[in-house]
Design a protein around this ligand. Structure first.
Ligand SMILES: [Zn+2]
Ligand SMILES: [Zn+2]
Length: 510
């Protein structure tokens, strides 16, 4: 693991409306009781970030939200890795796990909304927009009891926008009860929210009409699965056009454009029994202009939603992870945030802008990841394994990656990985890494497969770090008694103190 600094770079907003100020000595939080510290790798930039930092975000009554923690640090579409675990966290939370930094930060778990699985409406909740610093900083402390644990095979850059834009639109499609062959209109279909709404609606089998402006957006919207495109800059009557295409109106209209005008007439596009699903929150106070008679006579439904629950978030993530929904992202450097705000303001952003916040020390090179996944399906039964090297000038990440490669390929759990930093006096860059790999359901296969992985990694992995380590300098050993604890039937746990007492592990013959 890399050493955790005490200060970091953060995009702060000292006063709302005053613009972004990058600060390079912002304190790195210490993970408190039942908290983890995550290193933020990527973060999407949401319209709510833009509106909040400008002081024009709307509350539930349409009034501006002014009670915001200052300095404000935005960002609620972040993906990071756990780099430190505070006291009192559950055992299944491990270093290196991917975690999401979402809108909701803490919930009470006791109010009626928490109990109903709608915890985004928790009456005592806090969030990463108004109360706590968000993902526009390199390190963040997160509540381990309400942690968004993400699968370890995700692309962290792509998943960021799913945590707000993806979740919100997934939920909007669900709220609209979209079924196969339903006509669904997405207003603002080329934007950060809209392009995901199009795809989540397609995933339910809907026939989608995208509305947006300009020919380029039209091409993009059709590319991601919309059957029809209506260009509002060249179409005089959008409502007529929708009725013409659908022969009588749409089953659902999902409005993702953050402008009052886009919402006002949207319900007129619906057929009998149709649903208007409102997603974007315009900064100005606005009202729908749907005649009451039309709601009554046509039996219309009007729904809105604020992001979604953690469970729904993980569902939205899974559809992306499995390639059903493909967010369109553009990765930009962290310092581009003010520029991105300008672009969002002008509305000329297609897809989602994602900031690269900090370097991922633990990223597994894709060549090794696929090798580990496919080439050697080795399994380790309950046993403790040392992996270490005394090669000079080796980055500790190399050994961590190696151990992680083993973990991925064996589908087993990686417990208590302890990486020992260099001993300055001995000029040894890496003293040891130890881990306990376990997979209770499988039978053991010979350890030499580990050696094959090392050899392959070194010779074919294409990773400079691995190449720094000659294969013969990797060494393996097992901890005596490193197995299931016979008394408790619990997997062996390798505590730091035990390891240090264990000066001469039994070395395996490879
Ligand atoms: Zn958002
Ligand atoms: Zn609650």
């Amino acid at each position: 693991m890399s050493i955790i600094p005490t200060t970091q770079t953060a995009a702060t907003v000292p006063e709302l409306g005053g613009g972004v100020k990058f600060v390079h000595d912002y304190p790195v939080p210490q993970p408190g009781h039942n908290e983890v510290l995550a290193k933020v790798l990527y973060s999407g930039v949401c319209q709510s970030d833009l509106h909040t930092q400008a002081g024009i975000a709307s509350d539930a009554n349409g009034n501006p939200i002014t009670k915001v923690k200052l300095p404000h640090v935005g960002g609620h579409e972040g993906v990071g890795r756990i780099v430190a675990i505070g006291p009192g966290c559950d055992d299944d939370i491990r270093l290196g796990m991917f975690v999401g930094i979402r809108f909701s930060s803490r919930i009470c778990r006791r109010c009626e909304f928490c109990l109903a699985g709608k915890e985004q409406h928790c009456t005592k909740s806090t969030n990463h927009l108004h109360h706590e610093d968000g993902s526009f900083q390199e390190y963040i402390a997160l509540d381990a009891g309400y942690l968004t644990i993400l699968p370890n095979d995700i692309d962290p850059a792509v998943i960021g926008p799913v945590l707000c834009a993806g979740l919100t639109t997934y939920k909007a499609v669900k709220n609209a009860n979209v079924k196969a062959a339903d006509w669904v209109v997405v207003v603002g279909a080329g934007g950060g929210l809209g392009h995901l709404a199009v795809q989540y609606a397609r995933a339910q089998g809907a026939i989608v009409i995208g509305i947006d402006g300009g020919a380029a957006k039209g091409d993009f919207i059709k590319e991601i699965g919309a059957s029809e495109y209506i260009d509002f800059t060249t179409t005089p009557n959008l409502i007529e056009k929708v009725h013409e295409l659908t022969s009588g109106g749409a089953n659902a209209v999902i409005v993702t454009a953050a402008s009052v005008k886009a919402f006002q007439q949207a319900a007129d596009m619906l057929k009998v029994g149709g649903t208007l699903s409102c997603v974007g929150i315009p900064s100005e106070k606005g009202y729908l202009l749907t005649p009451i008679s039309s709601i009554v006579i046509k039996g219309l439904h009007i729904t809105g939603n604020l992001v979604g629950s953690l469970k729904e978030c993980l569902e939205a993530v899974d559809l992306v992870r499995r390639g059903v929904v493909k967010p369109k992202i553009t990765i930009r450097p962290f310092e581009d945030l003010p520029k991105i705000y300008d672009e969002l303001e002008k509305g000329d952003v297609s897809g989602r802008m994602v900031l690269k916040i900090a370097k991922d020390d633990l990223a597994l090179p894709s060549a090794i990841a696929s090798f580990a996944k496919n080439a050697i399906p080795f399994k380790l039964a309950e046993c403790g394994v040392f992996v270490w090297t005394e090669a000079p000038s080796v980055h500790s990440g190399a050994v961590y990656q190696f151990v992680e490669a083993c973990t991925i390929s064996s589908s087993s759990k990686l417990d208590n990985t302890l990486l020992y930093p260099a001993s300055q006096t001995l000029q040894i860059a890496l003293l040891a890494a130890t881990s306990v790999l376990r997979n209770v359901s499988s039978s053991p296969v010979p350890i030499p497969n580990l050696n094959q992985i090392v050899n392959h990694s070194v010779h074919h992995g294409g990773n400079a770090r691995y190449n720094e380590i000659p294969p013969e300098s990797y060494r393996f050993g097992v901890l005596p008694n490193a197995t299931v604890d016979g008394a408790t039937n619990q997997p062996f746990k390798n505590e730091n103190a035990d390891f240090e007492q264990q000066t001469s592990p039994t070395e395996l013959k490879l």
